[in-house]
Design a protein around this ligand. Structure first.
Ligand code: UD1
Length: 343
């Protein structure tokens, strides 16, 4: 019997890559997604890679009745990976209540329902945004949590606290909080990848669309930061590496009786790359020039942040392995498979 896992937000960017890795590791996956920021065709891509079509429920985790119905149909679900959340920083400033509702209520519903159906563990998608502007880099899990600079960032902090409080109160399950740095790239098959709706706000989807000529020039937001080349530094982590960490985290919660009830891990490469270095990597890997110009700083951007991933390396036995040039090549192959998006 395969162990069954619920992946919320499983047709999204990280959720779809994680579903593939779970299936390839021998897990049975049920996805719930409201398709608010993803496309049902992602299921076809997953099936083409793994040969298995995940069970799919179109629904919203903020509706507890939908969740109970799902668990009644799948009472053998043992673990949850919770990706279902809104994630655009700028939008969260304009629509805070939507962010608090989607991100907090969804999680609360899952935590409430888990004991009713004997679910043993939940992986939560958190973000390095909880560290704010770090005092030192690389940053490890013991670094202080800084006040959030957007409702989106605040939901990540509050969700971490909700899980911690629930476990402290004696909840009969485990949780692993995964703090992602900057996930980029696509599956090497080019069957799944990032599918931003409208004008991409994040660097790589904008860069690949600009390189493909479906957007205007990329604006590099500021080159007067206190970094070697003046542009911001991030820890860009391949999405497949990131997905694999979820499988390991799930296995640890379900199969390792000695693991702590609540754990937190940074997921990054341990290497900071500047925005200009990333553009260079893309051009080196693909032979394609990125049209770009230097513009003003973007409000709210952090100057530099990269991970100390030693805890994930040592405790999970996980390590980011994909070379950044390969990641850029995969992002480009995925871009080339897309029809020109709506402007
Ligand atoms: C942002 C959020 C982070 C969230 C993540 C996922 C902030 C401060 N952080 O990460 O909390 O988890 O998105 O949605 O908003 N850049 C350009 N030109 C562009 C786009 C980006 O130069 O057109 C630069 C940015 O200034 C930044 C870097 O590229 O230095 C990465 O930007 P982005 O991909 O948006 O991610 P973060 O801002 O790091």
């Amino acid at each position: 019997m395969k162990t069954k896992i619920l992946v919320t937000g499983g047709t999204g960017y990280i959720g779809s890559h994680t579903t593939v890795e779970l299936q390839q590791a021998g897990y049975d996956v049920v996805i719930i997604d409201n398709l608010s920021n993803s496309n049902i065709k992602v299921l076809d891509g997953i099936e083409r890679i793994t040969g298995i079509r995940p069970d799919f429920v179109e629904g919203d985790v903020t509706d507890v009745a939908t969740l109970r119905a799902l668990f009644n149909r799948h009472p053998d679900i043992k673990g949850i990976i919770n990706f279902a959340a809104s994630k655009a920083v700028g939008e969260s400033v304009r629509k805070p209540l939507m962010y608090y509702r989607n991100n907090l209520v969804g999680l609360i519903n899952l935590l409430e329902v888990m004991p009713e159906f004997g679910v043993k563990g939940i992986v939560f998608s958190s973000s390095c945004t909880v560290y704010g502007e770090p005092d030192v880099n690389p940053i490890d899990e013991t670094a202080p949590i800084k006040p959030a600079t957007s409702p989106y960032g605040n939901t990540k902090q509050i969700c971490e606290e909700i899980i911690a409080d629930t476990i402290r109160a004696g909840a009969p399950f485990k949780s692993i909080l995964l703090r992602y740095f900057n996930p980029v790239g696509a599956h090497p098959s080019a069957e799944i990848g990032e599918l931003p709706i409208g004008v991409p706000q994040n660097l790589i989807p904008y860069l690949t669309q600009a390189a493909a000529g479906v957007r205007g020039e990329l604006t590099v937001f500021g080159n007067d930061y206190a970094t070697p080349d003046g542009t911001c530094i991030r820890d860009f982590i391949d999405v497949v590496d990131l997905a694999k960490a979820h499988v390991i985290a799930m296995r640890r919660m379900l199969d390792n009786a000695d693991s702590a009830q609540l754990e937190v891990f940074n997921l990054g490469t341990g290497r900071g790359l500047s925005v200009l270095q990333l553009i260079e990597s893309f051009e080196r890997a693909t032979g394609v020039k990125v049209p770009f110009h230097i513009g003003a700083r973007r409000e709210g951007d952090i100057e530099q942040i990269w991970a100390e991933p030693a805890k994930a390396n040592n405790v999970l036995g996980w390590r980011a392995e994909v070379d950044i040039d390969d990641t850029m090549r995969n992002a480009w192959r995925w871009q080339l498979r897309q029809a020109a998006p709506q402007q």
